[in-house]
Design a protein. Sequence first.
Lengths: 98, 282
Amino acid sequence: MCGATTGGLSLDGINVAKEAIIQGIVTKGGQPVESAYVRLLDRTGEFTAEVPTSATGHFRFFAGNGDWTLRTLAPGAETTDTTVQAAVGSVAEVEIQI
Amino acid sequence: MSRETALVTAEWVEEHLDDPKAAVVEVDEDTTSYDKGHIRGAVKLNWTTDLQDQVRRDFVSKEQFEALLSARGISNDQTVVVYGGNNNWFAAYAYWYFKLYGHQDVRLLDGGRKKWELDSRELTADVPSPEATEYVAQAQDHSLRAFRDEVVAAIGTQNLIDVRSPDEYAGRLLAPAHLPQEQAQRAGHIPTAGNVPWSKAANDDGTFKSNDELKELYTEAGLDWSKDTIAYCRIGERSSHTWFALKELLGLENVKNYDGSWTEYGSLVGVPVALGDEPGDA
Protein backbone atom coordinates (compact mmCIF):
# COMPACT_ATOMS: atom_id res chain seq x y z
CA MET A 1 0.00 0.00 0.00
CA CYS A 2 2.99 2.26 -0.46
CA GLY A 3 2.31 5.37 -2.47
CA ALA A 4 -1.26 5.68 -1.24
CA THR A 5 -2.87 8.92 -2.27
CA THR A 6 -4.43 11.10 0.36
CA GLY A 7 -7.49 9.36 1.73
CA GLY A 8 -7.26 6.37 -0.57
CA LEU A 9 -5.37 3.71 -2.47
CA SER A 10 -2.86 4.36 -5.20
CA LEU A 11 -4.42 4.22 -8.66
CA ASP A 12 -1.13 3.52 -10.42
CA GLY A 13 -1.57 1.18 -13.36
CA ILE A 14 -5.36 1.47 -13.45
CA ASN A 15 -7.16 2.99 -16.40
CA VAL A 16 -9.45 5.20 -14.34
CA ALA A 17 -11.14 6.57 -17.45
CA LYS A 18 -12.64 3.15 -18.17
CA GLU A 19 -13.53 2.05 -14.66
CA ALA A 20 -16.19 3.04 -12.11
CA ILE A 21 -14.09 2.76 -8.98
CA ILE A 22 -15.41 2.54 -5.44
CA GLN A 23 -12.72 2.46 -2.80
CA GLY A 24 -12.09 3.46 0.74
CA ILE A 25 -11.15 2.49 4.24
CA VAL A 26 -12.81 0.70 7.15
CA THR A 27 -12.13 2.27 10.56
CA LYS A 28 -13.06 1.59 14.16
CA GLY A 29 -12.43 4.33 16.70
CA GLY A 30 -10.34 6.17 14.13
CA GLN A 31 -8.06 3.16 13.52
CA PRO A 32 -7.99 1.16 10.25
CA VAL A 33 -9.52 -2.33 10.46
CA GLU A 34 -7.48 -4.90 8.58
CA SER A 35 -9.59 -7.97 9.20
CA ALA A 36 -12.89 -6.74 7.78
CA TYR A 37 -14.79 -7.97 4.73
CA VAL A 38 -16.54 -5.51 2.46
CA ARG A 39 -19.28 -6.79 0.13
CA LEU A 40 -20.58 -4.90 -2.87
CA LEU A 41 -24.33 -5.24 -3.41
CA ASP A 42 -26.02 -4.05 -6.60
CA ARG A 43 -29.05 -1.75 -6.85
CA THR A 44 -31.38 -4.66 -6.09
CA GLY A 45 -29.36 -5.72 -3.04
CA GLU A 46 -27.81 -8.67 -4.87
CA PHE A 47 -24.29 -9.73 -3.95
CA THR A 48 -21.78 -8.66 -6.59
CA ALA A 49 -18.33 -8.99 -5.02
CA GLU A 50 -16.47 -9.12 -1.74
CA VAL A 51 -12.94 -8.21 -0.67
CA PRO A 52 -11.02 -8.43 2.60
CA THR A 53 -9.52 -5.13 3.75
CA SER A 54 -5.78 -4.66 3.40
CA ALA A 55 -3.29 -4.21 6.25
CA THR A 56 -4.12 -0.51 6.11
CA GLY A 57 -7.90 -1.11 6.18
CA HIS A 58 -8.38 -0.31 2.49
CA PHE A 59 -10.62 -1.91 -0.12
CA ARG A 60 -11.47 -1.31 -3.79
CA PHE A 61 -14.14 -2.33 -6.31
CA PHE A 62 -14.52 -1.85 -10.03
CA ALA A 63 -18.25 -1.35 -10.43
CA GLY A 64 -20.51 0.17 -13.06
CA ASN A 65 -22.60 3.31 -13.28
CA GLY A 66 -25.25 3.55 -10.59
CA ASP A 67 -26.13 3.01 -6.96
CA TRP A 68 -24.36 0.39 -4.87
CA THR A 69 -24.32 -0.73 -1.25
CA LEU A 70 -21.21 -1.64 0.71
CA ARG A 71 -21.88 -4.21 3.46
CA THR A 72 -19.10 -4.52 6.01
CA LEU A 73 -18.46 -7.55 8.22
CA ALA A 74 -15.78 -7.60 10.89
CA PRO A 75 -15.02 -9.72 13.95
CA GLY A 76 -16.91 -8.40 16.97
CA ALA A 77 -18.77 -5.70 15.05
CA GLU A 78 -22.31 -5.25 13.79
CA THR A 79 -22.80 -5.58 10.04
CA THR A 80 -23.07 -2.09 8.51
CA ASP A 81 -24.46 -0.96 5.15
CA THR A 82 -23.22 2.15 3.34
CA THR A 83 -24.66 3.40 0.05
CA VAL A 84 -22.46 4.85 -2.66
CA GLN A 85 -22.82 6.08 -6.22
CA ALA A 86 -20.33 5.07 -8.89
CA ALA A 87 -19.66 6.34 -12.40
CA VAL A 88 -17.23 5.28 -15.09
CA GLY A 89 -14.29 7.66 -15.12
CA SER A 90 -14.51 8.60 -11.46
CA VAL A 91 -13.36 7.33 -8.08
CA ALA A 92 -15.87 7.21 -5.23
CA GLU A 93 -13.95 7.40 -1.94
CA VAL A 94 -15.77 6.01 1.11
CA GLU A 95 -14.89 5.85 4.79
CA ILE A 96 -16.79 3.18 6.69
CA GLN A 97 -16.87 3.50 10.47
CA ILE A 98 -17.87 0.36 12.31
CA MET B 1 -21.25 -38.02 -1.79
CA SER B 2 -23.16 -36.12 0.84
CA ARG B 3 -22.93 -33.10 3.06
CA GLU B 4 -21.47 -35.24 5.88
CA THR B 5 -18.57 -36.50 3.75
CA ALA B 6 -17.90 -33.38 1.66
CA LEU B 7 -17.96 -30.58 4.21
CA VAL B 8 -16.16 -30.14 7.53
CA THR B 9 -16.54 -27.51 10.21
CA ALA B 10 -13.82 -25.29 11.67
CA GLU B 11 -14.12 -27.32 14.88
CA TRP B 12 -13.43 -30.52 12.96
CA VAL B 13 -10.30 -28.97 11.43
CA GLU B 14 -9.08 -27.77 14.84
CA GLU B 15 -9.52 -31.28 16.22
CA HIS B 16 -7.53 -32.78 13.33
CA LEU B 17 -4.64 -30.29 13.18
CA ASP B 18 -2.22 -32.97 14.37
CA ASP B 19 -3.91 -35.90 12.65
CA PRO B 20 -1.43 -37.51 10.21
CA LYS B 21 -4.39 -38.82 8.19
CA ALA B 22 -5.54 -35.29 7.38
CA ALA B 23 -3.84 -32.79 5.08
CA VAL B 24 -5.01 -29.18 5.15
CA VAL B 25 -4.53 -27.19 1.94
CA GLU B 26 -5.09 -23.46 1.40
CA VAL B 27 -5.95 -22.15 -2.08
CA ASP B 28 -6.73 -18.46 -2.54
CA GLU B 29 -7.49 -16.10 -5.34
CA ASP B 30 -5.10 -13.70 -3.61
CA THR B 31 -2.08 -15.98 -3.63
CA THR B 32 -0.34 -13.94 -0.92
CA SER B 33 -3.02 -14.61 1.74
CA TYR B 34 -1.35 -17.82 2.90
CA ASP B 35 1.94 -16.04 3.45
CA LYS B 36 0.33 -13.54 5.82
CA GLY B 37 -1.13 -16.31 7.97
CA HIS B 38 -2.78 -19.70 7.57
CA ILE B 39 -4.17 -22.62 9.54
CA ARG B 40 -1.36 -24.38 11.37
CA GLY B 41 0.13 -27.18 9.30
CA ALA B 42 -1.66 -26.14 6.11
CA VAL B 43 0.25 -26.27 2.83
CA LYS B 44 -0.35 -23.81 0.00
CA LEU B 45 -1.38 -24.44 -3.58
CA ASN B 46 -1.10 -21.49 -5.93
CA TRP B 47 -3.91 -21.75 -8.48
CA THR B 48 -2.05 -19.67 -11.07
CA THR B 49 1.29 -21.47 -10.98
CA ASP B 50 0.62 -24.88 -9.40
CA LEU B 51 -2.72 -25.79 -10.96
CA GLN B 52 -2.43 -24.28 -14.43
CA ASP B 53 -0.18 -25.15 -17.34
CA GLN B 54 2.20 -22.24 -17.77
CA VAL B 55 2.11 -22.23 -21.58
CA ARG B 56 -1.30 -23.25 -22.93
CA ARG B 57 -4.65 -22.68 -21.23
CA ASP B 58 -5.25 -25.96 -19.45
CA PHE B 59 -4.64 -27.74 -16.20
CA VAL B 60 -1.34 -29.32 -15.25
CA SER B 61 -0.90 -32.89 -16.47
CA LYS B 62 -1.48 -35.96 -14.32
CA GLU B 63 2.29 -36.31 -13.92
CA GLN B 64 2.68 -32.66 -12.88
CA PHE B 65 -0.19 -33.01 -10.40
CA GLU B 66 1.45 -36.10 -8.94
CA ALA B 67 4.77 -34.27 -8.59
CA LEU B 68 3.02 -31.28 -7.01
CA LEU B 69 1.14 -33.27 -4.37
CA SER B 70 4.19 -35.45 -3.67
CA ALA B 71 6.28 -32.34 -3.02
CA ARG B 72 3.56 -30.99 -0.69
CA GLY B 73 3.66 -34.22 1.29
CA ILE B 74 0.10 -35.27 0.43
CA SER B 75 -0.61 -38.98 0.12
CA ASN B 76 -3.39 -40.88 -1.57
CA ASP B 77 -4.89 -42.18 1.65
CA GLN B 78 -5.12 -38.82 3.40
CA THR B 79 -8.26 -36.81 3.96
CA VAL B 80 -7.54 -33.58 2.12
CA VAL B 81 -9.30 -30.53 3.56
CA VAL B 82 -9.24 -27.48 1.32
CA TYR B 83 -10.08 -23.95 2.37
CA GLY B 84 -9.48 -20.46 1.05
CA GLY B 85 -10.51 -16.86 0.88
CA ASN B 86 -13.28 -15.27 -1.14
CA ASN B 87 -15.93 -17.61 0.28
CA ASN B 88 -13.98 -20.70 -0.81
CA TRP B 89 -14.17 -19.93 -4.54
CA PHE B 90 -10.72 -21.26 -5.28
CA ALA B 91 -10.90 -23.87 -2.55
CA ALA B 92 -14.02 -25.27 -4.22
CA TYR B 93 -12.12 -25.15 -7.51
CA ALA B 94 -9.26 -27.08 -5.90
CA TYR B 95 -11.76 -29.56 -4.43
CA TRP B 96 -13.18 -30.13 -7.91
CA TYR B 97 -9.62 -30.40 -9.29
CA PHE B 98 -8.68 -33.07 -6.70
CA LYS B 99 -11.85 -34.99 -7.71
CA LEU B 100 -10.98 -34.55 -11.37
CA TYR B 101 -7.69 -36.33 -10.71
CA GLY B 102 -9.39 -39.00 -8.62
CA HIS B 103 -8.50 -38.19 -5.01
CA GLN B 104 -10.77 -40.32 -2.83
CA ASP B 105 -11.36 -38.25 0.28
CA VAL B 106 -11.53 -34.48 -0.22
CA ARG B 107 -13.48 -32.10 1.98
CA LEU B 108 -14.16 -28.41 2.04
CA LEU B 109 -13.89 -26.34 5.20
CA ASP B 110 -17.33 -24.75 5.53
CA GLY B 111 -16.97 -20.98 5.44
CA GLY B 112 -13.32 -21.15 4.45
CA ARG B 113 -10.83 -18.57 5.52
CA LYS B 114 -13.40 -15.87 6.14
CA LYS B 115 -15.39 -17.82 8.73
CA TRP B 116 -12.13 -18.88 10.37
CA GLU B 117 -11.06 -15.21 10.59
CA LEU B 118 -14.46 -13.91 11.69
CA ASP B 119 -14.38 -16.52 14.48
CA SER B 120 -10.91 -15.15 15.41
CA ARG B 121 -9.37 -18.62 15.18
CA GLU B 122 -5.62 -19.10 15.19
CA LEU B 123 -3.54 -18.38 12.08
CA THR B 124 0.21 -18.82 11.85
CA ALA B 125 2.95 -17.68 9.47
CA ASP B 126 5.01 -20.84 10.10
CA VAL B 127 5.37 -22.80 6.89
CA PRO B 128 5.37 -26.58 7.40
CA SER B 129 7.95 -28.74 5.66
CA PRO B 130 6.23 -32.10 5.22
CA GLU B 131 8.14 -35.14 4.00
CA ALA B 132 7.72 -35.82 0.29
CA THR B 133 5.38 -38.62 -0.75
CA GLU B 134 4.79 -40.60 -3.93
CA TYR B 135 1.33 -39.45 -4.89
CA VAL B 136 -0.44 -41.32 -7.70
CA ALA B 137 -3.25 -39.53 -9.57
CA GLN B 138 -5.91 -41.03 -11.84
CA ALA B 139 -6.65 -39.98 -15.42
CA GLN B 140 -8.91 -36.89 -15.52
CA ASP B 141 -12.56 -37.75 -14.88
CA HIS B 142 -14.28 -35.91 -17.70
CA SER B 143 -17.69 -36.68 -16.28
CA LEU B 144 -16.97 -33.66 -14.05
CA ARG B 145 -15.55 -31.31 -16.70
CA ALA B 146 -17.41 -29.68 -19.58
CA PHE B 147 -15.72 -28.51 -22.77
CA ARG B 148 -16.94 -25.82 -25.14
CA ASP B 149 -18.57 -28.07 -27.77
CA GLU B 150 -20.79 -29.80 -25.26
CA VAL B 151 -21.69 -26.43 -23.76
CA VAL B 152 -22.85 -25.16 -27.15
CA ALA B 153 -24.76 -28.44 -27.62
CA ALA B 154 -26.37 -28.00 -24.20
CA ILE B 155 -28.12 -24.75 -25.18
CA GLY B 156 -31.83 -25.38 -24.87
CA THR B 157 -31.38 -29.05 -23.94
CA GLN B 158 -29.56 -29.26 -20.59
CA ASN B 159 -29.55 -27.17 -17.44
CA LEU B 160 -27.06 -24.37 -17.95
CA ILE B 161 -26.40 -22.39 -14.79
CA ASP B 162 -24.59 -19.08 -14.95
CA VAL B 163 -23.41 -18.43 -11.39
CA ARG B 164 -21.97 -14.95 -11.91
CA SER B 165 -23.51 -11.83 -10.41
CA PRO B 166 -26.69 -10.53 -12.11
CA ASP B 167 -24.76 -7.61 -13.61
CA GLU B 168 -22.21 -9.92 -15.22
CA TYR B 169 -25.00 -12.22 -16.46
CA ALA B 170 -26.87 -9.33 -18.04
CA GLY B 171 -23.72 -7.94 -19.63
CA ARG B 172 -23.48 -4.82 -17.47
CA LEU B 173 -20.20 -6.00 -15.93
CA LEU B 174 -17.50 -8.17 -17.52
CA ALA B 175 -15.76 -9.43 -14.41
CA PRO B 176 -16.45 -9.78 -10.70
CA ALA B 177 -16.35 -6.27 -9.29
CA HIS B 178 -13.12 -6.64 -7.35
CA LEU B 179 -11.31 -6.92 -10.70
CA PRO B 180 -10.85 -4.27 -13.41
CA GLN B 181 -13.65 -4.44 -15.97
CA GLU B 182 -11.61 -3.91 -19.10
CA GLN B 183 -11.77 -7.34 -20.76
CA ALA B 184 -11.30 -8.74 -24.24
CA GLN B 185 -14.37 -10.93 -24.53
CA ARG B 186 -17.98 -9.96 -25.25
CA ALA B 187 -20.43 -9.37 -22.40
CA GLY B 188 -23.57 -11.41 -21.77
CA HIS B 189 -24.44 -15.05 -21.13
CA ILE B 190 -25.05 -18.37 -22.89
CA PRO B 191 -28.61 -18.40 -24.23
CA THR B 192 -31.06 -20.41 -22.09
CA ALA B 193 -28.72 -20.35 -19.07
CA GLY B 194 -30.44 -19.44 -15.82
CA ASN B 195 -28.75 -17.03 -13.45
CA VAL B 196 -28.27 -18.39 -9.95
CA PRO B 197 -25.39 -16.39 -8.46
CA TRP B 198 -23.05 -18.64 -6.45
CA SER B 199 -23.55 -16.27 -3.50
CA LYS B 200 -27.15 -17.42 -3.11
CA ALA B 201 -25.81 -20.83 -2.03
CA ALA B 202 -23.83 -19.26 0.81
CA ASN B 203 -24.56 -17.37 3.99
CA ASP B 204 -22.87 -14.03 4.68
CA ASP B 205 -20.13 -15.77 6.68
CA GLY B 206 -19.29 -17.98 3.70
CA THR B 207 -20.83 -21.22 5.02
CA PHE B 208 -23.15 -23.15 2.73
CA LYS B 209 -26.90 -22.90 3.17
CA SER B 210 -28.77 -25.99 4.33
CA ASN B 211 -29.68 -28.70 1.83
CA ASP B 212 -33.36 -27.74 2.09
CA GLU B 213 -32.56 -24.11 1.31
CA LEU B 214 -30.31 -25.15 -1.59
CA LYS B 215 -32.98 -27.45 -3.07
CA GLU B 216 -35.54 -24.67 -2.87
CA LEU B 217 -33.11 -22.17 -4.44
CA TYR B 218 -32.37 -24.27 -7.52
CA THR B 219 -35.93 -25.51 -7.89
CA GLU B 220 -37.25 -21.94 -7.84
CA ALA B 221 -34.60 -21.00 -10.42
CA GLY B 222 -36.12 -23.59 -12.74
CA LEU B 223 -33.52 -26.34 -12.53
CA ASP B 224 -34.86 -29.54 -14.10
CA TRP B 225 -33.64 -32.22 -11.70
CA SER B 226 -34.02 -34.92 -14.36
CA LYS B 227 -31.58 -33.28 -16.78
CA ASP B 228 -27.80 -33.09 -16.95
CA THR B 229 -26.34 -29.83 -15.69
CA ILE B 230 -23.41 -27.60 -16.61
CA ALA B 231 -22.34 -24.72 -14.36
CA TYR B 232 -20.15 -21.88 -15.52
CA CYS B 233 -18.92 -18.46 -14.40
CA ARG B 234 -16.00 -16.38 -15.70
CA ILE B 235 -13.02 -18.70 -15.24
CA GLY B 236 -14.57 -21.73 -13.55
CA GLU B 237 -13.89 -21.04 -9.89
CA ARG B 238 -17.26 -19.69 -8.73
CA SER B 239 -18.97 -22.42 -10.75
CA SER B 240 -16.93 -24.99 -8.80
CA HIS B 241 -18.68 -23.60 -5.73
CA THR B 242 -22.09 -24.26 -7.33
CA TRP B 243 -20.91 -27.62 -8.74
CA PHE B 244 -20.00 -28.50 -5.15
CA ALA B 245 -23.42 -27.45 -3.84
CA LEU B 246 -25.31 -29.42 -6.51
CA LYS B 247 -23.19 -32.55 -6.76
CA GLU B 248 -21.50 -32.95 -3.41
CA LEU B 249 -24.10 -31.48 -1.06
CA LEU B 250 -27.35 -32.29 -2.87
CA GLY B 251 -26.07 -35.44 -4.59
CA LEU B 252 -27.30 -34.46 -8.06
CA GLU B 253 -25.81 -36.78 -10.72
CA ASN B 254 -24.28 -35.56 -13.97
CA VAL B 255 -23.18 -32.08 -13.00
CA LYS B 256 -20.20 -30.67 -14.85
CA ASN B 257 -18.12 -27.58 -14.32
CA TYR B 258 -17.23 -25.62 -17.47
CA ASP B 259 -13.80 -24.27 -16.54
CA GLY B 260 -13.44 -22.46 -19.87
CA SER B 261 -16.46 -20.45 -18.72
CA TRP B 262 -17.20 -16.94 -19.94
CA THR B 263 -13.59 -16.02 -20.75
CA GLU B 264 -13.67 -18.83 -23.33
CA TYR B 265 -17.32 -18.71 -24.43
CA GLY B 266 -17.40 -14.91 -24.66
CA SER B 267 -14.40 -15.04 -26.99
CA LEU B 268 -15.67 -17.77 -29.35
CA VAL B 269 -16.42 -16.78 -32.91
CA GLY B 270 -19.97 -17.31 -34.08
CA VAL B 271 -21.64 -18.69 -30.94
CA PRO B 272 -24.95 -17.21 -29.76
CA VAL B 273 -24.87 -14.74 -26.86
CA ALA B 274 -27.82 -13.39 -24.86
CA LEU B 275 -27.86 -9.95 -23.25
CA GLY B 276 -30.06 -8.69 -20.43
CA ASP B 277 -31.69 -10.27 -17.41
CA GLU B 278 -33.65 -13.01 -19.23
CA PRO B 279 -32.17 -16.41 -20.25
CA GLY B 280 -33.05 -15.91 -23.92
CA ASP B 281 -34.00 -18.47 -26.57
CA ALA B 282 -32.06 -21.40 -27.99
